[in-house]
Design a protein around this ligand. Structure first.
Ligand code: ZN
Length: 344
C-alpha cells in the first residue's frame, strides 16, 4: 500500500495497522472483514442472508465459510449492542452520582453561580473520571469482525467506538452469547476505567511506527510482518504495565456489565477456564503483544475461580427489577393469561 501516492486519512491508516496486529494484511482477508453498525446491523445481516441464498442456489463452495461468519457477526452485534447499552447507562449513573456528591459539598453561593460551579466540577477527580468515561461511551458504535488466526477481542482508544473481534476467537473459545458478553464486558471495562488512557500516547507512537513500516515496505507486507512482530513484542512489554490490579478491576466491572445485560454470568465464566487451559496446554501465551484480551498476564485459573465466585452475586437475578425484568414480566404475564386457572 503506497500512502504517498494515495493519501488516506489517519483513521484508515490506524485501522490498517490494527488489522495488521492480528495478521490481517492481505487484500483477500480485508475483503472478508464485516462491519456492523449499532442499531443497523440487521440491514447488514439481511444483505448477507440474501447473498447466502444465492450461493446455496449456485452450490458455491464458499457457502459454509460465509454462513459461519454470518453467525459470528450476528452474535457480535446482538451481544455488542447490549453490552454497550448497559455500559453507557452505568457510566451515566456514575457521573450523576459523582456530580451529586461533589455539589453536596459546595456552599450555596457556588451552586448559584453557574460558571463557578462548572469550573469546580471540572476540577473534581471523580467527576472528571466519569466525564471521560462518558465521552468514550457516547456515540454510535461499530462491531468489526476480522478474519484472523489470532483469537482476540479488543476496544481501542485510538479507533473509538469500535469493538474488534477476530473469527478465531469464536473458533477457539466462544461457544455462547454469555461467554462473548463476558469477554466484551471485560474489554469495555478497561476503556471505562481509563486503563488504556495511560498507554494511549505510547500506543499511538507505536502505531505510527507500524504505519510507516507498512508504507515503506516494497514487498507489500512480507518484510514488515517481521518488523511488526518485533514491535508487537515491545508493545507486549508495555502491555505488562497493565497491572494485575487493572485486570482484577476490569474482571469485576466486566462481570457486572454482563449480569446487567442479562447474560448468565456463571455459564459465561467458563470462557476464562478455556482460555487458561488453552494457554497451559499450548505452552504459550496466546495473542500476547497484540493488545486486548491477552495483553497483560495470561488468563489464569485464579481469575476463572474469582469470576465463578463473583457470578453468585453478579447475575441477571440481581438486575431483575431493572434491566432484566421487562421480557420476563411480559412472558410471565402471557403464560399466566394462557392458563385458565390463574385468571380471575
Ligand atoms: Zn484485560
Amino acid at each position: 500500500m503506497d500512502y504517498s501516492r494515495e493519501p488516506e486519512s489517519m483513521q484508515s491508516r490506524l485501522f490498517d495497522s490494527t488489522l495488521a496486529s492480528v495478521g490481517c494484511t492481505s487484500s483477500e482477508d480485508k475483503e472478508q472483514i464485516l462491519v456492523a453498525y449499532e442499531g443497523e446491523w440487521r440491514n447488514l445481516l439481511s444483505k448477507l442472508r440474501s447473498d447466502l441464498k444465492l450461493r446455496r442456489a449456485q452450490d458455491d463452495t464458499s457457502y459454509d465459510k460465509m454462513h459461519q461468519r454470518m453467525k459470528m457477526m450476528h452474535n457480535s452485534s446482538i451481544v455488542g449492542e447490549k453490552i454497550v447499552k448497559v455500559a453507557r447507562n452505568y457510566v451515566k449513573e456514575r457521573l450523576t452520582d459523582a456530580v451529586r456528591e461533589a455539589t453536596s459539598q459546595m456552599p450555596p453561593n457556588v451552586l448559584d453561580d453557574e460558571n463557578l460551579l462548572y469550573r469546580l466540577l471540572e476540577w473534581d477527580d471523580e467527576v472528571n473520571r466519569w466525564t471521560k468515561a462518558r465521552r468514550h461511551m457516547e456515540g454510535s458504535w461499530q462491531f468489526v469482525l476480522i478474519p484472523s488466526a489470532v483469537p482476540n477481542a479488543f476496544v481501542s482508544e485510538i479507533l473509538p467506538h469500535r469493538i474488534f473481534i477476530t473469527t478465531s476467537l469464536f473458533e477457539t473459545f466462544i461457544e455462547s452469547q454469555d461467554e462473548l458478553a463476558l469477554v466484551l464486558g471485560h474489554e469495555i471495562s478497561h476503556l471505562i476505567l481509563g486503563h488504556s488512557s495511560a498507554r494511549n500516547g505510547l500506543e499511538t507512537s507505536f502505531r505510527t511506527l507500524e504505519i510507516l513500516m507498512l508504507s515503506l515496505d516494497p514487498t507489500e507486507g512480507l518484510l514488515s510482518l517481521g518488523v511488526m512482530a518485533v514491535l508487537a513484542s515491545i508493545r507486549s512489554a508495555i502491555g505488562a504495565l497493565h497491572s494485575r490490579d487493572n485486570e482484577r478491576c476490569a474482571d469485576e466491572l466486566g462481570i457486572r456489565l454482563t449480569a446487567m445485560a442479562c447474560y448468565d454470568t456463571r455459564a459465561a465464566s467458563q470462557v476464562f477456564y478455556k482460555m487458561h487451559k488453552f494457554n497451559v496446554e499450548s505452552g504459550r501465551d496466546v495473542g500476547v503483544g497484540l493488545g486486548g484480551l491477552f495483553d497483560s498476564h495470561p488468563p489464569s485459573e485464579e481469575r476463572f475461580i474469582y469470576l465463578l465466585k463473583e457470578s453468585d452475586e453478579e447475575n441477571p437475578a440481581k438486575y431483575e427489577e431493572t434491566n432484566c425484568s421487562s421480557l420476563k414480566t411480559i412472558f410471565f404475564d402471557a403464560l399466566k393469561s394462557g392458563d385458565g386457572k390463574e385468571r380471575r
